[in-house]
Design a protein around this ligand. Structure first.
Ligand code: BDR
Ligand code: CA
Length: 356
């Protein structure tokens, strides 16, 4: 039996951390990446691109452009898989826009992705710095599963793993029971959790799933506050009564881009009757990886459904050891949205001010 899956609290800190990020950028992935760039204690080792919200080329182009905006042209960007392990890729232009970044039009990056494969970058980095790197995946787990196939010692080589994905005893956002990242590549997700089965608790992936990431609900007021911290000359007003697709005229470059992304995401959530808000799942996962979030997590044995047609990508957590199988995850059970947004507004606002 698991230790009654007691929630283990984690207090925020800013100890130095080196992060390997894999994402499918994606509006909330973009916010996650910008946030990491805003944190001086975070070393971004590489940003790799998995197909999901958009195809891998668009993901990489977005990552390169966002890093350039932040003056981080030094961070390697690479592409890995071009499709999920066993099923065709389904992208989501209705959620994130045709380019993955809502209404934003990012300047073309002055460089191309690295010539090598994302999986090689991950493995080389993990082998070169055993126990030092934290892997953050805010995308389908395709690249991570391929990396684990190529280097089965990754669970021991990585210092930590944070994953955005799944929905536990909570309704899905893609099918009634499945979350997007897990639904896009359920076979990869199943392989990743299998690879961590039986690892000591501190090595188990920390999983940020819908029941906690949907609480990280961004409102237009947060955007206005961010613009203020960035020193914008006028209030940044993104309002539900404004025409859809209006573009930001903020005096700050980064605020304009973030605002144009978020407006699209607010409109998307409204189309699905969730209000003029945006669930910024991946930002929360990034703050967990960076150590800056206060949260609690419970160990569990996770199962990912890959057979039953109506349940593809559904995730189930056994918190009580009823399957009598070793734990393979720590699932976030508590988080603190007000603190998360105070952190995002001040940190990203200051970055926007600095790089303008
Ligand atoms: C996840 O799906 C994607 O659309 C988001 O970027 C996030 O990673 C939420 O289900
Ligand atoms: Ca994502």
């Amino acid at each position: 039996m698991h230790d009654a899956a007691r929630p283990v609290p984690h207090e925020p800190h800013r100890d130095p951390v080196a992060i390997l990020m894999d994402c499918d950028t994606g509006i909330d992935d973009a916010l996650a990446l910008l946030y990491l760039c805003s944190q001086p204690h975070v070393e971004l080792v590489a940003v790799t691109s998995t197909p999901g919200n958009v195809d891998a080329d668009h993901v990489a182009a977005n990552n390169l452009a966002l890093l350039q905006l932040c003056g981080r042209g030094d961070v390697p960007v690479a592409i890995g898989a071009r499709s999920p392990l066993e099923i065709p890729l389904v992208t989501t232009p209705e959620t994130h826009g045709p380019q993955g970044i809502g209404y934003a039009e990012l300047p073309l990056a002055r460089r191309a992705p690295e010539p090598c494969d994302a999986v090689e970058i991950w493995i080389e980095a993990a082998r070169a710095r055993p126990g030092e790197l934290t892997a953050l995946v805010t995308a389908p787990l395709t690249n991570f599963a391929l990396a684990l196939r190529a280097e089965p010692r990754l669970p021991e080589l990585l210092g930590g793993v944070v994953i955005m994905g799944g929905a536990y005893f909570y309704q899905g956002n893609t099918t009634p029971t499945a979350e997007w990242n897990t639904h896009v590549d359920p076979h990869a997700a199943a392989e990743v959790f299998a690879a961590f089965a039986g690892q000591p608790e501190e090595r188990l992936p920390t999983v940020c799933a819908l029941e906690t990431t949907e609480r990280i609900e961004m409102h237009p007021e947060h955007l206005a506050a961010l613009a203020e911290v960035a020193g914008c000359s006028e209030p940044e007003l993104v309002l539900p009564e404004q025409p859809e697709g209006l573009r930001s005229r903020a005096s700050n470059r980064l605020v304009r881009q973030v605002s144009d992304m978020l407006r699209f995401y607010f409109e998307f959530h409204r189309h699905y009757d969730q209000g003029y808000v945006a669930h910024v799942h991946d930002y929360f996962a990034a703050s967990v990886a960076a150590g800056t979030a206060r949260y609690a997590a419970r160990t569990a044995t996770v199962h990912v459904e890959t057979h039953a047609p109506r349940l593809m990508g559904t995730t189930v957590a056994d918190y009580r050891g009823l399957w009598d199988e070793p734990a393979n995850a720590r699932i976030v059970s508590e988080n603190h949205p007000d603190e998360a947004f105070a952190e995002l507004v001040s940190s990203l606002g200051s970055l926007a001010h600095r790089v303008d």
